[in-house]
Design a binder for this molecule. Structure first.
Ligand SMILES: Nc1ncnc2c1ncn2[C@@H]1O[C@H](COP(=O)(O)OP(=O)(O)OP(=O)(O)O)[C@@H](O)[C@H]1O
Ligand SMILES: [Mg+2]
Length: 429
């Protein structure tokens, strides 16, 4: 196969492209055996499935898909920067050429779309849950940034804060099949079982916290509940194990306050099989940690107390990814509806985020990490030039006539700040 292929997909022509690019299109499901390749010698379009060399691409393509990752971003306490960090990781990864889909899974207070300069999302989760659109892929929206797409929760979907178990399962299954290298889920704050179930079912789970004691405490509780929920799932058919580990019933989990090591130590000799399964669950549960809004070096140490506590009390080995400095420009970029990374690519906070992406998500070291950081910064600069400008808003959440509550909303008045977080859910499934 030569390196200058012309291809046709649904009456649209692309090319010339290399065979590697065609392979990528195949891998991402953008080129099927029923699409066409231009045959120079015959001077006509030929179906891909009729060309042996192209047919081979379809056979080998799925093997290359191992990089695809679903990442969930959660926190115990609200307002610690999950949404800003989700958007920043998305912008950074897409600048490095990865296809990224950001998913606003904060059903109670969706605002990721405004971070991405999308004021009136054409489709939202509401369209998916009400079956107006059949699959998740149908509600994926383009963003103003290359390679970066979004699934919007949108204001007014508060009633979906508690999806049913079957809805959650369907959602998780579909998320894993979305055509992207990275799917990043921005979860709601707090320790509801819905959030925990999403957090436990993805490939990589990240906790964001600030260094203040209240946030650290709530992060610790979140990690504890996640671990105990995982153990409950591990032993769901073994009442005796649940009793011995003291994790029977959902309501009691928060009161679990003995070091896990001691609980397991007591039964290790009499029930080695249970101890071994706990060990296995612990080795599978390795959430990552980002410390946000750090103002001074001492706060890094305070934030790291979470890692120590998780290890000593829960035997959970948190993977510390790094910290992000406090930066007033974060709020400013939210107001101007521009992702922070585009607005201030040279700030210490943006540099910390670039470091987290290259060192921790890409696992690059030394020179190659530095090169990735340069690549990221170059691309972010060029994206910043192309990004549209918006009139500055004075609130992070923007009202929309598409809001579920629009007719009853006393704040609407053509764009007054939305208070949807203060409304009670009205939609039941
Ligand atoms: N590193 C930072 N420095 C300064 N301000 C920040 C930083 N990170 C986030 N912020 C600001 O803090 C506020 C909350 O951020 P964000 O909405 O991302 O938090 P969240 O955890 O998603 O909140 P919620 O739990 O309500 O969804 C925003 O105004 C944001 O601009
Ligand atoms: Mg948020």
């Amino acid at each position: 196969m030569n390196g200058n292929l012309m291809v046709r997909v649904k009456e649209k022509q692309y090319g010339p492209i290399s065979s590697t690019e065609l392979r990528t299109m195949v891998r991402k499901g953008k080129f099927s055996p029923n699409d066409y390749v231009w045959n120079d010698s015959q001077e006509e379009w030929v179906k891909a499935q009729d060309i042996e060399a192209v047919r081979k691409l379809f056979q080998t393509a799925p093997l290359e898909n191992t990089e695809r990752k679903v990442i969930a971003i959660a926190s115990g306490k609200g307002g610690v920067g999950k949404t800003v960090i989700s958007a920043s990781l998305g912008v950074g990864l897409s600048a490095l050429g990865k296809e990224v889909i950001l998913v606003d899974a904060d059903f109670g207070g969706a605002n990721l779309h405004t971070c991405m300069g999308i004021l009136e999302p054409q489709y939202t989760f509401l369209d998916y849950y009400t079956m107006n659109r059949e699959t998740l892929e149908d509600i994926v929206l383009d963003s103003p940034i290359d390679n970066l797409k979004l699934i919007s929760g949108a204001c007014g979907t508060l009633g979906m804060a508690n999806p049913k178990f079957s809805q959650k399962q369907r959602l998780i299954g579909e998320l894993k099949n979305l055509p992207a290298d990275y799917v990043i889920m921005d979860l709601a704050a707090g320790s509801s079982f819905h959030v925990i179930d999403f957090f436990l079912s993805v490939d990589e789970s990240i906790i964001v916290t600030t260094p203040e004691p209240m946030a650290i405490q709530e992060s610790f509780d979140f990690i504890k509940l996640c671990l105990l929920r995982k153990l409950q799932q591990t032993f769901k058919n073994d009442q005796e194990a649940l009793r011995l580990l003291n994790i029977e019933g959902d309501g009691n989990l928060i009161y679990f306050n003995q070091p896990l090591e001691d609980v397991v130590g007591k039964i290790k000799n009499s029930h080695p099989d249970i101890a071994q399964k706990v060990e296995q669950a612990l080795s599978e549960f390795r959430p990552r940690l980002i410390l946000n809004m750090v103002m001074e070096p001492d706060e890094i140490r305070e934030g790291m107390s979470l890692k120590t506590a998780a290890f000593e009390l829960l035997s959970v080995d948190l993977d510390y990814m790094g910290y992000v400095d406090y930066d007033d420009n974060m709020r400013q970029s939210a107001k101007s509806l521009r992702p922070f990374l585009l607005n201030n690519p040279n700030s210490p906070a943006a540099r910390s985020i670039a470091k987290i992406i290259t060192l921790k998500l890409f696992n690059q070291k030394h020179i190659s990490a530095m090169m990735k950081k340069w690549q990221l910064r170059r691309k972010v600069y060029s994206q910043a030039q192309q990004y549209p400008t918006f009139e500055e808003k004075n609130n992070d959440i923007i009202c929309s006539v598409k809001c579920f509550y629009w007719d009853e909303c006393e704040f609407q008045n053509g764009g007054m700040p939305c208070r949807v977080r203060n409304l009670q859910p009205t939609m039941k499934f």
